[in-house]
Ligand binder design. Structure first.
Ligand code: 5GP
Length: 261
């Protein structure tokens, strides 16, 4: 597979064309942004960990029948993914109230929700990804009723699966963001799960200590983001004790090699 020109650069990833018009390469950057790009930095090794964690979660979801964009991981930083038309909505799933919902609605931080709550935000950085309702989605044709119904069913299944997967390794899945895309499979229009699922897009708390193991370490200046992401990867069985010495060291080594050349 040949890597072609850059098609799109986002905050945490770059998409490259390939010689197959239906496939693209997704490159995971080390850039971290928060608060609608107002806070930015580079955290060496983050992209490598998110690539591995996202690959693990998406391949497990595939095995339980959740169609998604992942074809395969290529290397430390890249995956081959299916080219989809992204639905311009961020689907937020909450099991415990924290983050924006506590501020928006005055809900006490840490309130456990009776049922998973799905919120919709318009994917628009300039507008700060505003919260929208299902009626807005239909009114402006951002997705059809049929697509929303299918997505909601998938979301609940994904949430159930991920809660169990993380619970098994001593982590609480607090909330997360999902994106979906349109694709033609065997001449049929389908909606599949797209984008990454990683500690950048999920809130993950240690089950006992409630230590934050996700991007809130950057958002809230808690530090030690790489050890937290490495801990998530290690608990999921992705990095073995020795190799976790680690993702960061591997990137350091590769950047030293590049400088020498
Ligand atoms: P909140 O609305 O509380 O800021 O975020 C809810 C959940 O969705 C968190 O797990 C957060 O990481 C994720 N999330 C919401 N918007 C974005 C976004 O634009 N980018 C990323 N990476 N995650 C988001």
């Amino acid at each position: 597979m040949k890597k072609g020109k850059k098609l799109y650069e986002g905050k945490a990833k770059i998409i490259y064309a390939t010689n197959d018009k239906n496939l693209v390469i997704q490159y995971f950057k080390d850039d971290a942004t928060a608060f609608n790009n107002q806070k930015k930095t580079t955290i060496e090794g983050k992209g490598v960990l998110n690539n591995r964690i996202s690959e693990h979660i998406l391949s497990n979801l595939s095995q339980i029948g959740i169609k998604n964009h992942l074809v395969k991981r290529l290397n430390m930083r890249e995956q081959i993914i299916k080219l989809v038309e992204i639905i311009p909505i961020e689907f937020i799933v909450r099991n415990v109230a924290t983050g924006s919902i506590t501020k928006r609605l005055g809900i006490e931080d840490g309130t456990v929700l009776k049922e998973p709550l799905i919120e919709y935000c318009l994917k628009n950085d300039k507008l700060g990804d505003p919260l929208i309702s299902e009626d807005h989605i239909l009114a402006f044709d951002w997705a059809s009723k049929n697509e929303i119904d299918k997505v909601k069913k998938m979301i609940l299944r994904i949430n159930d699966f991920m809660i169990g997967m993380f619970r098994g390794v001593g982590i609480k899945l607090i909330d997360f963001k999902l994106e979906f895309g349109r694709i033609k499979i065997d001449e049929k229009n389908e909606v599949i799960l797209a984008d990454e699922i990683s500690p950048d897009t999920c809130r993950l708390w240690d089950s006992i200590t409630e230590k934050k193991l996700d991007k809130d370490r950057f958002r809230k200046d808690l530090g030690d983001l790489i050890p937290a992401y490495t801990e998530v990867a290690r608990r999921l069985g992705i990095l073995h004790e020795q190799s976790n010495v680690s993702a960061v060291n591997v990137t350091k080594l590769s950047s030293i090699k590049r400088k020498k050349k």
